[in-house]
Design a protein around this ligand. Structure first.
Ligand code: GRG
Length: 294
């Protein structure tokens, strides 16, 4: 099966998993549940949960064991998108090809829907996550670190706002995006490895793979913002130029940014190539990250 078919098949499974794990729209408070489901099912590539599943599978773990944990990561990712789009943060009106959560439901409900998705992720991890209790605690701790700490999602977002309007260098841009975008992508890989019982050296290689594809993902995101359209991206294209934000494109130029993204992708492929397991899908996902157009 080629990687595009694999990604398609797994994203169907992730959507089914999310549907069964999220509270129903008919259950009160239904407005919040509607807003949560609206943003989760508006679209999305499901890259992070697919990374968790693909990593767990190289250790022979069944998809069913990995699915709730993978879905929890997607809930956290969707929460971060809802909050990132808020007027006080990026003030965006288009996401996943649809009006953003606050445009559709109002700001207060969007804040609550984001908070509720973050909480629902941990409820999922506790109730339906990994069966082995030691691994379960490791996974919950790993996800909490990626979602909540100064070196991850929240810290990256805070740094992004702090550096707004300031002249920054590539090292500071790497610092922002290793945290804001990279931490959750890397975490998605690491938890698949932890569930799979990876050895220390396998975990180290997979961590490097996760860090490299995380950075490559953001470089391509910046490139697509510059070169793509809102219709293909499903979000406002050209936003970085309007907000005059430092990006990989503004600091490196288009050609050098593509070169770095491809180089990171090749380095990530080398990392997993050195593990003596079938890493062909992880290699395929690394290539997908650089070849994607949305
Ligand atoms: C507001 C301080 C504060 C904290 C909340 C908002 C937030 C935490 C963090 C922001 C993290 C964020 C939105 C990073 C951007 C990462 C990124 C490039 C997302 C797009 O990912 P895709 O392309 O999206 O995988 P789809 O829609 O395909 O899932």
């Amino acid at each position: 099966m080629n990687i595009t078919d694999y990604i398609k098949r797994k994203s169907v499974r992730v959507n089914q998993g999310l549907d069964s794990l999220l509270p129903s729209e008919s259950a009160p408070p239904s407005e919040i549940h509607r807003a949560m489901r609206y943003s989760v099912f508006a679209g999305g590539k499901r890259l992070r949960p697919i990374l968790t599943i693909a990593t767990g599978e190289i250790f022979g773990i069944d998809e069913r064991e990995l699915l709730p944990t993978a879905c929890a990561v997607e809930m956290i990712h969707t929460y971060s998108l809802i909050h990132d789009d808020l007027p006080a943060v990026d003030n965006d009106c288009l996401r996943r090809g649809h009006p953003t959560c606050h445009v559709k439901f109002g700001e207060a409900l969007a804040i609550f829907a984001g908070d509720a998705l973050l909480t629902q992720a941990f409820i999922t991890l506790v109730d339906s996550g990994v069966s082995d209790p030691v691994k379960k605690v490791q996974v919950i701790s790993e996800i909490a670190l990626a979602a909540g700490t100064h070196k991850a999602l929240i810290g990256g977002q805070a740094l992004d706002i702090y550096y707004e309007g300031k002249q920054i260098e590539i090292t500071q841009l790497n610092e922002i995006h290793a945290a804001k975008t990279g931490a959750l992508i890397c975490c998605a890989v690491r938890i698949g490895a932890l569930i799979g019982g990876a050895s220390q050296s396998e975990l180290e290689r997979l961590t490097k793979y996760g860090q490299k594809i995380g950075l490559a993902f953001q470089i391509v995101d910046d490139l697509l913002d510059e070169t793509g359209t809102s219709a293909t991206l499903g979000k406002s294209a050209g936003k970085d130029a309007v907000t005059q934000k430092a990006t990989y494109v503004t600091l490196l130029g288009i050609d050098e940014a593509w070169r770095r993204a491809k180089q990171l992708c090749n380095e990530a492929i080398d990392e997993v190539g050195s593990i003596s397991r079938d890493s062909s899908r992880l290699k395929g996902i690394a290539r997908f990250i650089v070849e994607r157009r949305s």
